[in-house]
Design a protein around this ligand. Sequence first.
Ligand code: AMP
Ligand code: MG
Length: 411
Amino acid sequence: MRTNISLEEALEILLKESNQTEPIHVPLMDSLGSVLAEEILSDMNMPPFDKSPLDGYAVCSEDIKGVSKENPIRLNVIDFVPAGYVSEKTISKGQAIRIMTGAKIPEGADVIIRFEDTDFTDDSVTIYTAYSTGSNISKMGEDMKIGDSVIQEGTVIDAPEIGILATLGKSFVQVYRKPRIAILSTGDELIDIQQPLVDGKIRNSNSYTVAAQIKKVGAKPLMLGICDDGIDTIVEKLKSALGWADMIITTGGVSVGDCDLVKEAFQEAGAEMLFWRVRMKPGTPIAVAKYGNKLIFGLSGNPAAAYITFEQFVRPIILKQMGRQKYKLMEVESILENGFTKTSSQNRFVRAHTFYQDGKYYTQFPEKHSSGVLSSLSGTNSLFYVPSGTGPHEAGDKVKVQLLDHPEVLK
Ligand code: AMP
Ligand code: MG
C-alpha cells in the first residue's frame, strides 16, 4: 500500500482505477444532468414544413412587386390559418390568406407580410411594402434536417438537450448510469440525527453532508447509517453494501488512533488497499481501497476534512464514472481580501468565499477554518490552495483558488 502520497498521485491512482458505468435507457426527464451514451441523429426535418414566423398575410411575391406607400395593392383575403392548421386553399393572383405564427405556409404563397405593414378589413388587405420572394418564411429543416447529427455522444444533458430530444419524440434516452454510492459513518460517539444528545455523543452529520455532495454531482447516495468503531460491524456493513453499491464512502476511523480500524475493515472485507494518507490538510488520513472495480473511500471523520477530500477526490471520480470528460475543479487567480498568516509544512485547502467583480476574482476567509469546524463552511464556494512551504499571505496577494461546482467551464 502506498502511503503519504501527493495530491496528484492520489488523483492519478483514482482516475486509473475508475471506470465508466454502463449505458442504460432512462425516461427523458430522468436524463437531466446525465451524459448521453448515444449519438442523436434527426429522423425528421424541423420545422417539418415551411412555416410562418410571424402573424400577417401570406401572399404571392409577384403581386407585391414594386408596391410602396404611394402605390399600395389591395388583395382579397380568402382564408384564415392559425398555428396547428393547414389551409386547403391555394393562393392565386390578387389573393392573400391571413396567417398566424407557426402555421404552415399555404400553397401558392411565397412571402409573409407582417400585420404592421398592412391595413386590413375582414376580407381584404392593403400592402404598402415590397418584400422579396421567400421573406418571412421559416424553411422546412432550417433547425434540423433528416440525418443531421444533432447531439454528440458524451454531451451532458441540460435543458436545451432535453428540448431537442423532445422535439425528436424521444421519450427514452441512453445515458451512462448514475453510480449508486453507499455512505457509512463510523464512530462510537455517533448518534442518529433524530436522537436527543447524551453526554459524550454527537449527531452524525457527515452522512448527510456527503449524501448532499453526491446528489449535487448527480449520483445516487444511499445512507447506511452509523456504525460503531468495531471492526466486525464495519466489515459486515461493507460486505452487504458491496453487493449493490458502485462505490462506498465511509467517514471516521482512518487515523492512527486505537479505535481507527476502518483500513483493516476494508481489507477484512476482501478489498485491496490502494493508498493511505495524502500530503494535504485537512483530510490527511484518507484511505482508499478497491474491491473488484469498486472503490471504497475512507474519509476522515472531521466534517470539513470529509467535505474537502470529497471535493478533491470523490467528486472527480463520480463524474468520470458518469461519463463526464470534464471533472477537474476550475482554478482561478484571485485577490485575497484578508490575509492568511499561517505557514504550513503541508499542502493546505482553506475554505473561502470567492466572488467576481469588475473583471477580477476576490477571496475572503471565514474566521474559523479547522477541520473539525463545520459551521463556517456555510457560505463558502471555493478553496484557497496553499502549497506546503508557501505563505504567509497578505491581503491583496494574488493566489490560486479552486471554485467548487464549476467543472464544465474548463476547456
Ligand atoms: P475520526 O476520523 O474518527 O478520528 O473522527 C474525527 C472527528 O470527527 C471526531 O471528533 C469525530 O467525533 C468527528 N466525527 C466522526 N464522524 C462524524 C460524523 N459522522 N459526523 C460528525 N462528526 C464526526
Ligand atoms: Mg473516530
